[in-house]
Design a protein around this ligand. Sequence first.
Ligand code: GAL
Length: 430
Amino acid sequence: MSRAACLLVIISLMSPAAEALDNGLALKPTMGWLHWERFMCNIDCDTDPNNCISERLYMQMADVMVKEGWKEAGYEYVCIDDCWPSHQRDAQGRLQADPKRFPGGIKKLADYIHSKGLKLGIYADVGDKTCAGYPGSLGYYEKDAQTFADWDVDLLKFDGCFMNRALLGEGYTNMSKALNNTGRPVLYSCEWPLYEWPLKQPNYTAIRETCNHWRNFDDVFDSWSSVKSILDWTAAHQDIIVPAAGPGGWNDPDMLVIGNFGLSHDQQESQMALWAIMASPLLMSNDLRDICPRSKELLQNKRIIDISQDSMGKQGYRTAKGNNFEVWERPLSKNCLAVAVLNKLETGGPRGFNIGAAPGWKICGPQCNVTQILPQYKEMGVQTQQSKIIVSVNPSGTALLTVTPISSDFTRLHKLNWQGTFVRRKHTIL
Ligand code: GAL
């Protein structure tokens, strides 16, 4: 196999260039549950009462989140996606929940979710209609923002279907202001760049000032090819999108589909590891009432969640690729580094990768402490810059490690290695 010359991207230790939306929210990537990928627009409560979009689904999910350790692990938001409203606004022009599926209404549901110590998210659309054809918010931004605030909603996912692309910026900005004017802190999750990319390169400075997170790319499906396509898109656009992320505003590569049907366990580990490296919102879309113990353990893995929620809030990125491996790295607080090695070869067996060949390994000078988190937890002890540590990575799986420098010289070396915005270098790995 030929050696490939690859890109090494180095991110600044400075704060993101733009100010984040100043609503005090999403200082760390949002954690919670969102119905869409798993439950979609199932409104058939007559034949499928357990899985249809109804108040029962969110109440049951909230119950499980408290009972089964999800809340304790950090998952906080229970989020409604499309297909919750009635097809008609009420006499005052307000959105209203489908009366059959949400007999108590959204305010009562919010009270229930809050009584569990959790938060409620809701969904609307910047255009004429939602993607599934329910009433859109165009012409009603203030009214809808006030309605959500009156219901004590904590998060709004604002979709971008049925909207003139040239007016997306105006629409998303006006809704952001409308939410702010209610006085209620409502986390604002946008899809502005996703819908704008076909027209022009989005202005990420404006997006960061307007939204708490933003979708850039296609919907995630329950398949490895979907997860891979999201990773490929992210790496291909990292120079543009990574600098926009930081406390208060995050790139959103869409939901975690761990615990469903389409990913092998190795692939689930890859999604969890890479979503933590990418400082992505961790919004699960699965059935928490019925999830296998291994997926649950992975989603609740404290060491991975600690990487995701790292207080410095720098998004990681792909630093090298070659020989069907990809190395992704995320600078962490206290001068640490998280390294993920993804084996993209979907044939054969486990393959060894020398972690000492990761571009960020330079920080291990003269010594560092290494911990492997995936596929198994393993203390790898004190290492040096010269160490050759082979980690074994299954096909479509990921090894995830943290590197903690233990040198007094570290500060100098770290500055040398990580300073400057996006210094491009050619890098080859084995
Ligand atoms: C899509 C959006 C999905 C989901 C769906 C609902 O456009 O990206 O995440 O919200 O609409 O209809």
